[in-house]
Design a protein around this ligand. Structure first.
Ligand code: EPU
Length: 421
């Protein structure tokens, strides 16, 4: 069994300098399975070198695709001869995004048999809306023994009305509908930047998708998708995490290669806190503006404040003057990091889905454990802010979503290293 690792941070250094953001995790993990729909080889560039992307490449290979993967650079996928449509428990459990093989395999060959997806435990994560979409396109869906199986003699267009705004089901509906006969409408669609990115990837192969990024998406089915080379967009959440880390350490950090428009909700909140934020075409500079003020944060679907940045910003707010309220409306168990923040001296009370954070003068380093990806990122931010040494056990959660996180933080002056335990 390989040695377990931990991150060790000696806090207190203001971060300073430039950092380049990697390709988007949540767009990459959809675009890679989407390549199954392509009738020719295609190449995806700017994929982040993270465990989730490697896991998807493995699943593609097991399905019979030929995959050339240069981590951190590109992946070329030739799925022309894929015959299999089964993803087993062990593979599906490795990550949430294994659910994108459902839409992609259904759209490609009219069937799939896939175990329920794994992923971070941040609350109940049903897939009823995904199944609703598959049924609306003419598939018969059967759930038993922990597997979901679907089959359609012929996929037909349909009207899909989502009961809630869901990123995963919106993308899965697009994947399943892209080759279905006729015109499919998706109503109450999610509008996250990666929805638009997946649509752009499919359109660059010849799909006819309009309206991605709005509430209603229209998809005219096409019989064939040609090969393409596609570059995924930069990571919105990694960008936000560096913005928060720069602000939390009273530093001066410029995040390069990002899309500032995707960051409006966070930028507005940082300005309210008293942080200076300046945008240029593809960079954001975050600088300390003096004392941090308390604010209220409520997570919402895009363009609202992203749930994936809720945990990192709670760390920043632990030392903001006054009482902040952070309300999590998307997932029902995304506060697991709060116990560790309390261990570091934070004053936080939970009331249902809200955390009341009373600012304290400083955090003190302590041993902590990452319980999920963004909770782990919050502990990194806290460790960078804290006086003394913070250890973060189980950093593999963090590695699922952040490429070379210690190297990037070290380049900004952080004292962070990885050790075997
Ligand atoms: N939901 C349902 N039924 C469904 C689908 C979703 O009730 O069929 C509920 C969920 O339980 C949740 C809400 O709808 O309460 C929103 O879930 P959504 O489907 O939007 O989330 P997801 O597809 O499971 C993706 C990202 C998450 C990110 C959310 C929200 C991937 C692989 N995951 O999850 O990313 O938090 O969208 O933006 O893209 C992360 O990166 O750390 C992460 C968890």
């Amino acid at each position: 069994m390989p040695d377990k690792e931990k991150l060790v941070i000696t806090g207190g250094n203001p971060l300073s300098g430039d950092v380049r953001v990697s390709g988007g995790k949540n767009t990459s993990v959809a675009v890679v399975p989407a390549a199954l729909l392509c009738d020719e080889p295609c190449t995806i560039e700017n994929l982040p070198d993270i465990n989730d992307v490697a896991a998807l490449a493995d699943i593609l290979r097991k399905l019979g695709a030929s995959v050339t993967y240069e981590p951190g650079r590109f992946m070329t996928i030739d799925a022309q001869y894929v015959k299999d449509s089964h993803v087993g428990y062990r593979d599906a459990q490795k990550l949430r995004a294994s659910y994108y093989f459902m839409g992609a395999l259904l759209g490609r060959g009219g069937k799939f048999n896939i175990a329920y997806p794994g992923g971070c435990e941040i609350g109940s994560r049903p897939i009823d809306q995904h199944i609703k979409a598959f049924k609306a396109l003419g598939a018969a869906v059967d759930e038993k023994g922990g597997d979901v199986a679907a089959e359609a003699k012929e996929l037909v267009s349909g009207n899909i009305f989502f009961d809630i705004v869901t990123v995963g089901a919106t993308i899965n509906a697009m994947l399943a509908a892209v080759k279905a006969k006729g015109t499919t409408m998706i109503y109450n669609a999610a509008k996250e930047p990666h929805i638009v990115d997946v649509a752009n990837f499919l359109n660059s192969m010849g799909a006819k998708i309009k309206g991605a990024g709005t509430d209603n998406i229209r998809i005219r089915g096409v019989p064939y998708l040609r090969g393409c080379t596609y570059t995924v967009i930069p990571d919105q959440i990694e960008t936000g995490t560096f913005m928060i880390a720069g602000a939390a350490t009273y530093g001066d950090v410029t995040i390069r290669g990002c899309i500032p428009q995707h960051m409006e909700a966070l930028s507005a909140k940082l300005l309210e806190i008293g942080v200076r934020v300046t945008n240029s075409d593809d960079a954001i500079r975050v600088r300390s503006g003096g004392v941090h003020r308390s604010v209220n944060v409520k997570t919402q679907a895009y363009p609202g404040f992203p749930t994936d940045l809720q945990q990192p910003i709670t760390a920043l707010l632990t030392t903001a003057q006054g009482v902040s309220t952070v309300t999590e409306t998307i997932f029902n168990n995304r506060f697991k990091h709060l116990d560790d923040l309390r261990r570091m001296g934070a004053n936080i009370r939970c009331m249902g889905r809200a955390a009341l954070i009373e600012g304290v003068p400083r955090l003190l380093g302590s041993p902590t454990t990452a319980a999920d990806l963004r909770g782990g990122a919050a502990l990194i931010v806290a460790g960078l802010m804290a006086h003394g040494i913070t250890e973060i056990y189980e950093p593999e959660f963090i590695d699922r979503g952040y490429e070379h996180i210690e190297e990037k933080l070290r380049s900004l002056g952080a004292d962070i290293k990885r050790e075997s335990t």
